[in-house]
Design a protein around this ligand. Structure first.
Ligand SMILES: [Zn+2]
Length: 317
């Protein structure tokens, strides 16, 4: 019988570490071997000797961390196993942003699946989540709380159409901004999307390597001031906060967090993470013997599954 190793993946100051294959996952400080799930700043960082990721993740990281060694990147395809020592690693689409991967690790007959950030909701701008059975599901638990229920993104984005005014829309620059653009293009086709300089390079990478053509224009002041009040101006979070005095526009911020909706004119609950029911559904689909949690609070999940399933945090080492 194959035995689950409690210390297969442990939490270290530099990131999550697998001693059996001597590699890190989503390290935040320089390491020798770093397997990266996706290019968001809380998962990707610079200065590693070797980085293993999907093609899109490598492109985003190369743009953001220009100082990285060119040959540091080892690009891996989805569903193509590679070896980290005796551990076989496979990237599976995570449905979070373009190129985002779950990391499936097989060792001595046991399958460990690290989700990274993931979502079940449809998103035409990234590869759809792929489910495989695993013995240990290592899941993010950002929104592991029955209070959290992400609404239908199509219904959310349609709220923008209920207002005869230009809209200042705060959004994370990578992934969310492109998904929001696609949602506006699809469900509010009368709306024109203008994109801030800080977001533009990521839109252009999506244009080049993404799955869908996005309709948008670079922001210019004149365009925003003239003509119909049908523009949506996408800006990064910092810019959004610094424009708190902006008049003649309505404010919205695309996020799953309630606290980020406060003081805005339109509440816009669009999240690229799983909510409570999605986590439960995913656990059901993966059908693991154990669930290990990270990124968030796993306590509610633990009490929910009491005596039915082992749920615990990834251990410190
Ligand atoms: Zn992320």
């Amino acid at each position: 019988m194959s035995i689950i190793l409690a210390d297969f993946l442990v939490r270290k100051p530099e990131g999550y570490y697998c001693r059996y294959g001597d590699f890190y996952i989503d390290a935040s400080a320089p390491v020798v071997h770093n397997v990266v799930s996706h290019a968001h700043g809380d998962h990707a960082s610079s200065g590693h000797e070797y980085v293993y990721s999907t093609h899109a993740t490598a492109l985003f990281m190369a743009y953001r961390y220009k100082q990285n060694r060119k040959d540091a990147h080892q690009i891996k395809l989805f569903n193509s196993p590679f070896n980290m020592g005796p551990v076989e690693v496979t990237f599976l689409p995570a449905g979070h942003i373009l190129g985002s991967a779950q990391i499936l690790m097989e060792y001595k007959g046991v399958r460990y699946l690290y989700t990274g950030d993931y979502k079940l909701q449809p998103d035409a701008t990234c590869e759809a989540l792929e489910v495989q059975q695993a013995d240990v599901l290592i899941t993010e638990s950002t929104f592991a709380d029955p209070e959290i229920c992400h609404p239908d993104p199509a219904e959310e984005i349609r709220k923008l159409d209920g207002h005869a005014s230009n809209i200042l829309l705060g959004t994370y620059v990578l992934g969310k901004a492109q998904r929001v653009t696609d949602l506006i293009n699809t469900y509010c086709p009368e709306r024109k999307v203008l994109v801030h300089n800080g977001i533009l390079p990521y839109h252009r990478l999506y244009d080049q390597y993404g799955l869908k053509k996005l309709k948008y224009e670079p922001y210019n002041r004149k365009e925003m001031k003239q003509g119909d009040q049908n523009k949506v101006y996408l800006v990064p979070p910092m810019t959004f906060n610094s424009y708190f005095r902006a008049t003649k526009v309505l404010r919205a911020f695309a996020s799953g967090w309630k606290r980020l909706q406060a003081q805005n004119d339109i509440e816009l609950y669009i999240s690229d993470h799983v909510d409570w029911k999605d986590i439960l559904q995913y656990i059901n689909m993966v059908d693991p013997k154990e669930v290990w949690t990270l990124h968030g609070d796993g306590r509610i999940l633990k009490s929910y599954f009491e005596e039915k399933l082992i749920v615990r945090d990834v251990i410190f080492a």
